[in-house]
Every structure is written in C-alpha cells, then in structure tokens.
Design a protein around this ligand. Structure first.
Ligand SMILES: C[S@@+](CC[C@H](N)C(=O)[O-])C[C@H]1O[C@@H](n2cnc3c(N)ncnc32)[C@H](O)[C@@H]1O
Length: 292
C-alpha cells in the first residue's frame, strides 16, 4: 500500500512541467505550427504529453524538448507532438446555417459562373479538415446540388491537416453514429453504407476528396495548393495568435480565385486581421468574398 502510494507521488512529480520547460515547448510548438498555447493552458501540455515522456522513457519535459530538437527520430516525434496538441473536434454537417448559405447562395452562384465560362471546373480547399467530416459534407452537398450533372464536372476538394492521425481516419472514411449527430437522416441513408454499426462514406463522395498533410504555417507549401473557388477553414484559426492568423489568411487570399469565398468558423472573425475581403452578411453566417 505504501509503495503504491509513493509511486503515485513519484509519477505525479515526473509529469509536472516547470514554467521554463513550458515556455520552451510552447514557443517550439508555435514556431512549428502556429498553434499558440496560452499560459493558463499549461495543464494541456502536461496532460497530453505525459504519455509521450513515458513511452520515450524521458525523465522530464526538458529532455523531451531536447529530443524534439536533436534526436534522430525527431521527425516522427513531431507527428506525435502535433497529434497531441491539436483539437480535432468536428462532425458532418457542422454549423448548418453556414452550410445552408453555401448550398443555397454561394454554390449556385459559382456553378452558374462556371457554366457561363464553359469550364465546369470547381476547386474547393478544406484547410484543417480533421477526420474528413467537413470535406465529405461538401462533397455530399455538391452531389445533392448537381445530381447526375456531376459527371460532367471536374471537381476536386483538397483537404489538408497537420495531424497524420486524423488524415489516416479521413482517408478510411468510416464513421461512428456520433460523427453524424448533426446530419439529417435522409442524408445518412443516401450517402453512407451502414456496416457492423459503422457508417462508410459512399465511394462517389470519397473520390471527390484528396487528403494530404499541410502545415498552415508553411507558406511555401500553401503556395503549392491549386487555386480555389472556395476555401473552408473553420474552427482552425481560433488556435492561432494574430500574427499567424494574418499569415494564413493572406495565403488564402492569394490562393482564392477572384469572386471566390472564404468560410471561417462562426465564432471566428477577420476583425483586425485583414480588410482585403468583402464581408457578405447572410442570416446566420458571414462569409468573405475576394473582389475583383
Ligand atoms: C477543431 S478541428 C476543425 C475541423 C473542421 N474544419 C471543422 O470545422 O469541423 C481543427 C483542425 O485544425 C488542424 N490544425 C491546427 N493547426 C494546424 C496547422 N498549423 N496546419 C494544418 N492544420 C492545423 C487540427 O489538426 C485539427 O484537425
């Protein structure tokens, strides 16, 4: 009993992060991903990285920082670090009012414009796509809007995230009922195959989406993304400080084709970040247009 008790104390002691270790790791994470962890979220690093220390057999967070900088396996550990510090909360049909605006106003406008130009090409970028619910939702909405005409279109939804873990499950396209908690039943019945209590996204939706790892703090990589008619970056910039937000939003501006739109999360704002876009107000959603 007493040895168990003393072990708990030791373990507890091992897992504490000092102020200077926290500052080192916080700055390192910021530099590598743009994710800013405020002082009052120190516990987040402590809790989420404790397991990494145990697995790597490191005695404190100082050693972990050293490992991330110099160990020969540091590249693989960066993936673990990103997986640990990102928040991947998402769902199909997240924020319905915004998606309604996309479906009823924005999409018809862009599709009509493309038909007039006789190009029938559509490029959408889902930046910070997590486990794939957002880009697949957009794919479903496109199928719903275009019906059989979709076969005459050249459509690509580019979906990126920092975390390899989430990209792996996004590519698999297999979901639990929880991921569908905000999805109308008719949509679930039409676009998913139920199998052993799971829900598999249909191949015709899956094939519209291309997943890949992109760190939004890497401007050079961002420049390589094909130019888009629409960008969805929802519930991602909330984790960045203003400097990083400015960097990311200006890359989105450069990437968007004229007349294209940027969608951000409903609790996010471009106030104090940029005046380059024209905010377009709709009931339940503000979206941002790149003007001529
Ligand atoms: C809360 S999820 C949002 C998912 C989806 N966009 C939505 O609204 O449901 C935020 C995602 O952004 C990703 N992310 C955070 N920082 C990133 C960065 N620097 N580069 C790329 N993705 C990042 C995280 O890995 C996470 O999957």
């Amino acid at each position: 009993m007493s040895s168990l008790f003393s072990k708990t104390i030791t373990l507890g002691k091992e897992l504490k992060i000092s102020d200077s270790e926290f500052a080192q790791l916080r700055d390192f994470i910021y530099q590598k991903s743009g994710i800013f962890i405020a002082d009052n979220r120190k516990y987040l690093l402590e809790n989420r990285l404790a397991n990494r220390l145990k697995i790597l057999n490191l005695k404190d967070f100082g050693e972990y920082y050293y490992y991330l900088q110099y160990d020969s396996k540091r590249q693989g550990e960066m993936t673990e670090l990103f997986n640990a510090v990102t928040t991947n909360e998402t769902s199909f049909y997240r924020n319905p009012p915004q998606l309604q605006v996309f479906q009823d106003k924005v999409l018809p406008e862009i599709l009509e414009d493309q038909r007039k130009k006789r190009t029938r090409t559509l490029r959408i970028w889902s930046a910070g796509c997590s486990t794939g619910e957002e880009p697949y939702t957009l794919g479903i909405i496109l199928h719903e809007a275009l019906g059989s005409e979709i076969s005459t279109w050249n459509i690509k939804i580019t979906a990126n995230d920092l975390s390899e873990n989430v990209l792996q499950s996004a590519r698999a396209g297999v979901y639990t009922e929880y991921a569908l908690r905000t999805t109308p039943k008719v949509i679930v019945d039409k676009w998913f195959t139920a199998q052993d209590g799971k829900f598999l996204i249909k191949p015709e939706v899956k094939k519209l989406v291309s997943f890949g790892a992109i760190n939004l703090s890497d401007r050079a990589l961002m420049k390589r993304v094909e130019r888009s008619h629409l960008i969805f970056c929802r519930n991602v910039i909330i984790y960045f400080d203003d400097e990083m937000k400015k960097l990311v939003i200006s890359s989105f501006y450069d990437n968007l084709l004229t007349g294209g739109y940027l969608f951000i999360g409903h609790s996010e704002s471009l106030h104090n970040i940029t005046r380059a876009f024209k905010p377009v107000h709709h009931p339940g959603a503000i979206i941002y247009r790149k003007e001529d």
